[in-house]
Ligand binder design. Structure first.
Ligand SMILES: [Zn+2]
Length: 513
């Protein structure tokens, strides 16, 4: 297998030396233990929650802890890590960062193997290619392929003249100190969600079955590393009961279930926890016992100093960039009070306190506007913000940033927009609005106690993105619509809170202090 070559070297040194001194006592006992340290859905390289939780430096420490006890320890990433990130909007050496910081820090932290999550395809084809090339870890993908010039081929890692295809099935050839040799097969699955034009999917379950059939006879155990909905992982466990474990991602809130004999594990997003999945393989008895441990990565876990150095390097690059955009990342904007709910399951379905706060901040930045509107999909936090909240927290809440623009439009266009936003519930096109209110009794929209008049003109403040017509079911919401009476010029200077919605929120919170 293409495991970390340094590790392999260390392992040989240990085996060679142990062979020469204890040849008579160390016999192949037919048993081998392998440890998988699992993370998933990690968007932040640095710790979150005021430094108290998560961070790749804590993940590195956890891996090292197990590696000391067992050289067959592997750090795996079950998808979603190059995007979304506040880093993606900033530049480094003349290029947008787009996950470069994460791939570098994952490599330093000792990542061995990754699968694609849906967010890996948020970045462009050439950007993803660069990230794969930069990664010093392996990838596996049983159902997700590269669509290039009309052909469907595996994704590839290009290192100098060497081209390494991302395999559909991945086999780890392991050996332990007493010489037991074991093959572990790995299936990698991604939900076919992100329809980027350079990606092609096959059905995850059918692909898994086909790959499992190819692996099961030559491997002592087969695991799946997946990035898909929990219900699909459960189906996978039911359909392939011979799997040793499913190391999954996509949900952010931590999951654990045993279906038949198959454990399904998903850690908390942003490495606030990691799962440690150990396979105890007994070749003679042809059985694998699985042991799982949930490890919270909080202040009880030290930051690995080498990884932390790289995190510091990127944090400085980011902070310098934010400074040029008018932000002071470390500054606290909300010292206390209630936690703000930015979970996608909430904020894309009904108003939350975070959504309300953003609406208030927009209204504050645009005092002449009758109505403010924003698409909940711009909020990419998918987490709860616990005070103290810094400017950085606001930046990562809205990693894409973007300005606030104003337009005068006919009431009928405003009603159509609000209706579409309601229909978009559950998706990023669900709208945050104020101070209008929906009246369910007669299916109408009320503004200051009166129904919105289709013929009247209203001044509306909305995000630049929303006014580009790119949001789901809201393509008509753009300045070329004949119902737009006047579109005001965007304000781009950092002096104006309207130049960036994040600046509007920060200025509003500072005013309220
Ligand atoms: Zn995902």
């Amino acid at each position: 297998m293409r495991i970390n070559s340094r590790l392999l070297y260390l392992f040989f040194v240990i085996t060679i030396s142990s062979c020469s001194t204890t040849r008579t006592t160390k016999r192949d006992n037919g048993k081998l233990d392998v440890v998988f340290v699992q993370m998933n859905d990690v968007y932040e390289i640095a710790p979150v929650a005021g430094g108290k939780e998560g961070g790749m430096a804590r993940v590195a420490t956890l891996k090292k802890e197990y590696l000391k006890k067992n050289p067959n320890t592997y750090l795996v990433m079950a998808g979603d890590f190059v995007s979304p990130s506040v880093y993606n909007s900033i530049q480094y050496l003349g290029k947008r960062i787009r996950g470069k910081q994460m791939v570098e820090v994952m490599t330093v932290a000792g990542t061995n193997l990754a699968v694609f999550g849906n967010h890996e395809f948020d970045i462009t084809e050439s950007e993803l290619q660069e990230r794969i090339n930069e990664s010093q870890f392996d990838w596996v993908s049983s159902n997700t392929f590269h669509k290039q010039n009309g052909k469907i081929i595996p994704f590839e890692k290009h290192q100098g003249a060497t081209v390494i295809p991302v395999p559909e099935k991945y086999i780890m050839h392991l050996k332990d100190a007493d010489g037991t040799m074991v093959n572990i097969g790995v299936i990698g699955l991604t939900l076919p969600y992100n329809k980027a034009d350079y990606v092609s999917y096959t059905d995850p379950l059918e692909s898994a079955k086909a790959v499992y059939a190819q692996l099961k006879d030559s491997c002592d155990a087969v695991i799946a590393i997946t990035h898909q909905a929990m219900e699909d992982d459960i189906k996978l466990a039911q359909e392939i009961p011979g799997l040793a474990a499913i190391l999954g991602g996509h949900e952010h809130d931590g999951r654990f279930q045993k279906v038949g004999n198959v454990f399904i594990t998903k850690a908390l997003a942003n490495a606030r926890s990691a799962y440690v999945v150990q396979l105890h393989i007994n070749k003679k008895k042809k059985r694998t016992d699985v042991e799982t441990d949930l490890r919270y990565l909080n202040e009880s876990v030290a930051l690995d100093s080498v990884t932390n150095e790289y995190v510091g390097k990127w944090t400085k690059i980011a902070n310098d960039n934010y400074a040029s955009l008018g932000f002071d990342a470390k500054k606290i904007v909300l010292a206390g009070g209630e936690a703000l709910d930015g979970r996608e399951t909430e904020i894309r379905r009904h108003p939350t306190n975070l959504g309300n706060l953003i609406g208030e901040a927009m209204a504050d930045a645009c005092p002449q506007a009758d109505v403010v509107l924003m698409n909940s999909g711009s909020i990419r936090l998918d987490d709860i913000l616990t005070p103290p909240i810094t400017q950085y927290d606001i930046l990562r809440t809205l990693p894409f940033g973007g300005g606030i623009v104003e337009a005068e439009m006919k009431g009928r266009m405003l009603i159509k927009t609000l209706d579409a936003g309601r229909k978009n519930a559950g998706t990023g096109g669900y709208l945050i609005y104020r101070p209008v209110q929906y009246n369910a009794d007669n299916n109408s929209w009320m503004l200051n106690g009166k129904p919105i008049d289709p013929a009247k003109t209203y001044r509306v403040a909305l995000t630049e993105f929303l006014f580009s017509g790119k949001e789901t079911n809201l393509d008509f919401l753009n300045k070329n619509n004949p119902d737009v009476v006047k579109a005001f010029e965007p304000e781009t200077s950092v002096k104006s809170a309207k130049s960036d919605i994040r600046l509007a929120i920060i200025r509003y919170l500072e005013k309220k202090k």
